[in-house]
Design a protein around this ligand. Structure first.
Ligand SMILES: [Zn+2]
Length: 257
């Protein structure tokens, strides 16, 4: 049995049996891991306020060649992000980030992905949660190798800055103009996207995570871009992300979208 250490973020946690907990972590050095914390429900000292959703920890764990489940032995709290659990909108945004990471992260080390996750949770906890969530998804797609082509039509290269109507086409991972869309033989997966939202996304891509707090999406762009990411993740993953539904219900209730 080998012992490892890494910084890690709790993506998911549930009780297992009478005294254990099962935790999905995104780690800085080992990608996504699933761990069992033996006796975590009973031991008030070893893991108290540490093994909780969204916390950033330094963990020590043992892996076993015969199982995908590692055993977590120690956890030191680095950042608790208390507002993520106490503010409903922040909670919903952080929950969606975690669900996307559970679906996309692998067991391979990916520092860019880990840093993006840590930055995002910090921004959601302290600044505008919805803008941070959209910025996260934009960068997530780039890290995963799905860099969105938004500056010109992916078929004829007509620049978006020239104006006109463009749509996002999932098959091409970018935008398509109306003329090229009309020429498609099979009906592609497309959604409308205004020039305003496209320009905003282009700008958002250049923003350093330290300056995310200064970036805001208008109501119209928030709606369009949220739908774009939901639509594209569904196309790429071929499954629904449940947390989208909870967030959309909440935003509709408070008339934010
Ligand atoms: Zn075109």
């Amino acid at each position: 049995m080998a012992i490892h250490e890494s910084e890690a973020i709790v993506l998911k946690i549930f009780d297992y049996g009478e005294s254990d907990k099962i935790i999905t972590f995104l780690t800085e050095d080992f990608g996504k891991i699933i761990a069992i914390a033996k006796g975590a429900k009973r031991s008030k000292i070893r893991f108290v306020r540490k093994l909780e959703l969204f916390t950033k920890l330094h963990i020590r764990f043992a892996d076993n060649k015969h199982s995908d489940l590692v055993r977590i032995d120690e956890a030191e709290l680095l950042a608790p992000f208390p507002t993520l659990s106490h503010d409903y909108e922040r909670f919903l945004c952080a929950n969606l980030v975690c669900e996307l990471l559970i679906n996309w992260a692998t067991g391979d080390k990916d520092r860019n992905l880990y840093n993006l996750a840590a930055w995002t949770l910090t921004n959601i906890a302290l600044h505008n949660p919805l803008s941070s969530l959209l910025l996260f998804q934009l960068h997530l797609l780039t890290i995963l190798g799905f860099h969105l082509h938004l500056s010109s039509c992916t078929m004829c290269d007509t620049p978006m800055q020239q104006g006109g109507t463009f749509l996002f086409i999932a098959e091409s991972n970018g935008i398509i103009c109306r003329k090229c869309l009309a020429k498609q033989r099979e009906k592609p997966h497309v959604i409308p996207l205004s020039i305003g939202s496209l320009k905003l996304l282009e700008k958002a891509r250049e923003i350093d995570p330290d300056k995310w707090s200064r970036f805001h999406f208008s109501k119209q762009s928030l709606k369009e871009v949220s739908f774009l990411f939901k639509f594209h993740n569904h196309y790429l993953l071929q499954r629904d992300i449940i947390s989208w539904r909870h967030l959309e219900d909440h935003l509709r209730e408070i008339s934010k979208i």
